[in-house]
Design a protein around this ligand. Sequence first.
Ligand SMILES: Cc1ncc(C[n+]2csc(CCOP(=O)(O)OP(=O)(O)O)c2C)c(N)n1
Length: 359
Amino acid sequence: MPRQKILDMSVDWLSILDPEGNVDITLEPALDTETLDKFYRTMVLTRLFDEKAVKLQRQGRMLTYGSCLGQEASQIGSAFAMKPEDWFFPAFREHGVQIARGIPMKLLYIYWMGSEDANMKIPLKNFPVAIPVSTQILHAVGAAWASKLQKQNIASVVYFGDGATSEGDFHEGMNFAGVFKTPTVFICQNNQYAISLPREKQTASKTLAQKALAYGFEGIQVDGNDVLAVYSATKAALEKAKSGGGPTLIECFTYRLGAHTTSDDPSRYRKKDEEEEWRKKDPVKRLRIYLEKKGIWSKNYEEKIIKEASEEIEKAVEEAEAYNPDVSNMFKYVFAEMTSNLKEQMDELSGFMAKKKGG
Ligand SMILES: Cc1ncc(C[n+]2csc(CCOP(=O)(O)OP(=O)(O)O)c2C)c(N)n1
């Protein structure tokens, strides 16, 4: 019996700005100076925010923290393609998206210092951090479906890693999105590792983008260290979603230059050479060269934005450290009515805190 091809499994690859800062003029998005300045500033701010968080953790002033070093283009490019009214669902490494979405850095630091209070104060349309891998995907698809039923012209954008694509929640969310054509943009930041597990051992699929094809919608692989490519792909996916074209999966091909979290030691599972190769593809440096060629970037400009960003960060840290969280919140919102053992734990902790305060 002769066989016939019934499905083309190919996915596109999008790259606009190469590691040397050369641009493909046929694909270059028309962005004005103000927008490019905003992209660069936010990438630098994110990098400094991140660096500060790691230092604070090392000084015992912050709890476990997962760095987004190296993923700034995937985060800032996609965030600025969104509208404030679009829903945003993060995993736990999207500090750059949160900053770009206007979530005060003070709240982000308070959260990573251990207080959930921060999550209750973030602006509407931004969901809280989701530590359980992939769970936010279901929420994002649900919100998008609700928006569609209510005929609102908005979409939901959900972020997750390469490892998340092995979870049941990912597949359930993708299936639902495909069947109901929900206005959802799935942003998979393929940073090559799920803790110590390399991407190749995570899944036998050649790309992560192709997983969308099985659910009946488009998947695209994008150079995740190229802010112009990520911005263009996300913008197109959002426009498609809002005009009834359904979901898109964008695989941002990038690299986590730092550790999985401050509790991890990547030297135990990957080689320095590999990290060095990826450092050459630094997303911030790449945009800097592009801006220099356009006459936007100069040494003075760099010094000015670093100074402004550093001041903003210091102020946020100061405010976060001055914040006095109500530790009872940790127990109050677990069940509608507090169980007796939770009450016991809450009283014990309150007693401990009171004693500590009293010296
Ligand atoms: C449901 C669930 N299983 C396991 C974990 C422990 N865990 C935390 S992060 C992580 C790996 C996630 O990898 P990936 O999705 O690639 O995201 P990345 O950390 O690389 O950004 C795991 C297994 C968890 N938080 N939730």
